[in-house]
Write a protein that binds this ligand. Structure first.
Ligand code: GLY
Length: 425
């Protein structure tokens, strides 16, 4: 099969790495890709959000199957665009991608189907939102209803901060149309995990859980980012927690979407908050996690491609996925300044040496090639990923490789998997 992967980040490198190993894949393309993806796929410079451009590219390349990586094109209807052109695609329709694209839509699904989540209300009116915040007190969470490039969630420590966030969002100044409506919700205590389930609209094939590190700096300090590191498995998300998440959150959602005539086909990313009472939904995403995918593909022993195809074709109930018991862990190297502004174009050296560390794979997130040189071309730049029998060993191998990379303009967290290291089962 001729496969096209849409996107150009670390998640897409990990997907291309797994797909290129499939005996079903005869030729792999990625658009736009990056310098690392170019080692396993032919990269073509078409933007990940350019729906007509990507559809025309797939037609020109005679593609048999398209895998859409990022959220923004899915929420904008890219899967529908491919389907309308007669192309087979992995990723939900625009209607189904509302599970990520509209927080109020997901909250309504939760209310209608008794899915455990935080208490919340939606507002488009500042005065009503303010009155609600005052009645609830702080801490309290304010979310832009739509997609806001991962920045639309404000955890307000005080009532005044929450009101300021609401004013900012509803005025349209901060997130444009994505903030024209807000969801205000209860602050949930607990430990967060990410879980992934493949869906064909009717059947669900559970994958595994992982834990991300959203803050920029060690000790979970600093601003929120797209994710500074991940590992899998994670002790908090054991088999019992996975079963409860499937039964209480995933299956009712997939059934509700099918009943509404908008079946969810693709991967459902379930962000859960876990406390002594069990899992509660924090958010759904309609695509693979980044950087969680980088650790998932390392642990996956089965061929990923037939499972992705079954999401589009149906029949996921006939498939099974096998996972390594080992621990995979990824450390993100980002350009200094990220998640705010940062320069591009600094040179990264030492990658070949780092990639030779036992159990290590280096996925590229924001890089570009300049002849034989590799240059930083984004905020999150490299995902140094290791797999080993224990979390301690995986972490040691990942940081051993990180330390062989010569890139003074970059930084990383030094405490990835701190919740798991030394923790007894
Ligand atoms: N790891 C966070 C995300 O993919 O949204």
């Amino acid at each position: 099969m001729r496969i096209l992967v849409v996107g150009g980040g670390g998640r897409e490198h990990a997907l291309c790495w797994a797909i290129s190993a499939s005996p079903l894949c005869t030729k792999l393309f990625c658009a736009p890709g990056n310098a690392g993806i170019a080692q396993v796929a032919e990269c073509i410079d078409v933007g990940a959000e350019d729906i007509p451009g990507q559809v025309a590219l797939a037609q020109r390349l005679n593609i048999d199957f398209v895998v859409i990586g990022p959220d923004a094109p899915l929420v904008a209807g890219m899967a529908d665009g491919f389907a309308a052109a007669g192309l087979k695609v992995f990723g939900p329709s625009k209607a189904a991608a509302r599970l990520e694209g509209s927080k109020s839509f997901t909250k309504a699904i939760c209310k209608e189907n008794n899915i455990p989540t935080s208490a919340s209300e939606n507002f488009t009116d500042v005065a009503k939102a303010e009155a609600y915040i005052r009645s609830q007190g702080a801490p309290i969470v304010v979310k832009a209803d739509g997609l806001a490039a991962g920045k639309g969630v404000i955890v307000a420590e005080t009532v005044d901060q929450a009101i300021e966030a609401v004013r900012d969002m509803l005025s349209g100044n901060r997130f444009g149309a994505a903030g024209a409506s807000v969801v205000i919700e209860e602050f949930m205590q607990g430990e967060e995990a990410s879980f992934f389930a493949l869906c064909d609209g009717k059947h669900v094939l559970p994958m595994v859980g992982a834990q991300d590190h959203k803050r920029a700096f060690d000790g979970d300090k600093g601003p929120n980012t797209g994710g500074m590191g991940a590992y899998s498995p994670t002790p908090i998300f054991d088999a019992a927690m996975q079963k409860r998440t499937m039964d209480e959150i995933v299956l009712p959602t997939v059934r509700a979407m099918a009943k509404a005539g908008t079946p969810f086909k693709g991967v459902l990313y379930v962000g859960v908050m876990i406390d002594s009472k069990g899992p509660r939904l924090v958010e759904f995403n309609c695509r693979f996690g980044d950087p969680e995918t980088q650790v998932l593909v390392m642990r996956l022993k089965s061929d990923l491609l037939p499972a992705l195809i079954a999401c589009a074709d149906g029949g996921l109930n006939h498939l099974d996925l096998r996972w390594s018991e080992q621990v995979a862990l990824t450390v993100i190297l980002a350009t200094k300044g990220y998640p705010d502004s940062y320069p591009r174009g600094s040179e990264i050296r030492g990658l070949d040496k780092a990639a030779k560390v036992e159990g290590v794979e280096i996925f590229h997130a924001g890089t570009k090639a300049d002849g034989s040189r590799i240059l930083a071309n984004g905020g999150r730049v490299l995902n140094v990923t290791a797999m080993a029998p224990t979390v301690e060993e995986a972490r040691a191998q990942a940081y051993k490789a990180v330390d062989l990379i010569d890139w003074p303009e970059g930084f990383c967290r030094r405490d990835i998997a701190w919740r798991a290291v030394g923790r007894k089962p």
